[in-house]
Design a protein around this ligand. Structure first.
Ligand SMILES: NC(=O)c1ccc[n+]([C@@H]2O[C@H](COP(=O)([O-])OP(=O)(O)OC[C@H]3O[C@@H](n4cnc5c(N)ncnc54)[C@H](OP(=O)(O)O)[C@@H]3O)[C@@H](O)[C@H]2O)c1
Length: 307
C-alpha cells in the first residue's frame, strides 16, 4: 500500500517504499523563494520580454502561463504578439529592439515559429546575455565546457533540480537519459556530466537506434525519459529502487473522460511506481519546473546585468 504525506520542509510526497515527486509543489516553493528575493531588490524589477508569433493554441497557453508566473513573483513581463505572416527580418528587428533595451533582462521567442521563419536564425539573433531559454549556441557552448555564467535550458535545469531535491546523491551514479533532443536529452547529459559537487554522474544517452534499451535502462540508478512515446518505459525496464524522472507529455484517447483524452508520460507510471524510490507523475512532475527555471534564469540575467 502506498502511504503518503507531505513533509513540511520538503515539498515532495513521501511513502514507505516510494515517493511521488510533486513537481507543482517544488515549483511553487522555488517561485515563493524567487518572490521573496525579488521583493528585496531596489531599483527596477527584473523584466522578461516574450514574443509570440501567430495563433498556435498551445503556444498561447504556454506564453500566458509564463507571463502570469512572472507577475506572481514580481518580474515585469512584456508580451509582443505578432502576426503569423510577419517576415523573418521584421521578427529579427523585434528581437533586436529587446536586445538593446537595457531594461529587458530576458528574451524568449516562443517556439515553434511559422514554417517560413528559420527558428535557428531567430534563436541566434537573441543577445546571449538575455537568452533565458538557454538555446543560443554561446550558452550551449558555455554549458558544455562547464562555465556557469551562461543560461541552462529550462526543462533539463528543472529535471536536475528535481533530482537534487530528492536528496539522492548524484555523484558517481549511473544516469540513463532516454532521448537526445537539443532541448532536453543532450543538455541534461552535459549538465550531469560536469565536474563539481553534486554532479559528477556517469551518463548514458539512449535514442531510437540504441540496441537493447532495456539492458541500458536496467543499469540506471537515475532514469530520465524524454522521448514523447506514451508509456514506452515499462516497469520491467526499471531497476528496483531507481529514481525515475518522466519528461514526456503525451495526449492519449480516454473515452471515459468528458474531454475524451488525458495526458500521460513516457513511463508506465502505475506499474513503474511500485519499483522506484522516487518518480514524477505526468502531469504535475517536470512540467511546472520549466516555468520556475525560466523565472530563475531571468533573475540571474538581471543580477548579472544590474548588480
Ligand atoms: N515537461 C516539459 O516542460 C517538457 C519540455 C520539453 C519536452 N517535453 C516532452 O518531452 C518529450 C520529448 O520532447 P523532445 O522535444 O525532447 O522530443 P524530440 O525532439 O522529438 O526528441 C525525442 C527523442 O527521443 C528519442 N526517441 C523517440 N522514440 C524513441 C524510442 N522508441 N526509443 C528510444 N528513443 C526514442 C528520439 O531519438 P532519435 O534522436 O534517434 O530520433 C529523440 O532523441 C515530449 O513528450 C515532449 O512533449 C516536456
Amino acid at each position: 500500500m502506498v502511504k503518503r504525506y507531505i513533509d513540511r520542509y520538503h515539498p515532495i510526497l513521501y511513502s514507505c517504499s516510494m515517493t511521488i515527486i510533486d513537481g507543482r509543489a517544488v515549483a511553487q516553493k522555488i517561485q515563493d523563494e524567487l518572490k521573496q528575493e525579488i521583493s528585496q531588490l531596489s531599483g527596477r524589477p527584473p523584466c522578461l520580454a516574450v514574443i509570440l508569433v501567430g495563433d498556435n493554441g498551445p503556444s498561447r497557453i504556454y506564453v500566458n502561463r509564463k507571463t502570469k508566473a512572472c507577475e506572481e513573483v514580481g518580474i515585469k513581463s512584456i508580451k509582443r504578439h505578432l502576426e503569423a505572416s510577419i517576415s523573418e527580418d521584421k521578427l529579427l528587428k523585434e528581437v533586436e529592439h529587446f536586445n538593446v533595451n537595457p531594461e529587458v533582462d530576458g528574451i524568449l521567442v516562443q517556439l515553434p515559429l511559422p514554417d517560413h521563419i528559420n527558428d535557428s536564425r531567430v534563436t541566434r539573433w537573441i543577445n546571449p546575455e538575455k537568452d533565458v531559454d538557454g538555446f543560443h549556441p554561446v550558452n550551449v557552448g558555455k554549458m558544455l565546457i562547464g562555465e556557469t555564467n551562461g543560461f541552462f535550458p529550462c526543462t533539463p535545469l528543472g529535471v536536475k533540480e528535481l533530482i537534487v531535491r530528492t536528496g539522492v546523491e548524484i555523484q558517481g551514479k549511473n544516469i540513463v537519459i532516454v532521448g537526445r533532443s537539443n532541448i532536453v536529452g543532450k543538455p541534461l547529459a552535459a549538465m550531469l556530466l560536469q565536474r563539481g559537487q553534486g554532479i559528477d554522474a556517469t551518463v548514458t544517452v539512449a535514442h531510437r537506434f540504441t540496441s537493447d534499451l532495456k539492458e541500458i535502462t536496467l543499469g540506471a540508478d537515475i532514469l530520465v525519459v524524454a522521448i514523447g512515446v506514451p508509456n514506452h518505459i515499462s516497469a520491467d525496464m526499471i531497476k528496483e529502487g531507481a529514481v525515475v524522472i518522466d519528461v514526456g507529455i503525451n495526449r492519449i484517447e480516454d473515452l471515459a473522460r468528458k474531454s475524451g483524452s488525458r495526458l500521460v508520460g513516457d513511463v508506465d507510471f502505475e506499474k513503474a511506481k511500485e519499483k522506484c524510490s522516487f518518480i514524477t507523475p505526468v502531469p504535475g512532475g517536470v512540467g511546472p519546473m520549466t516555468i520556475a527555471m525560466l523565472l530563475k534564469n531571468t533573475l540571474k540575467s538581471y543580477r548579472q546585468s544590474v548588480l
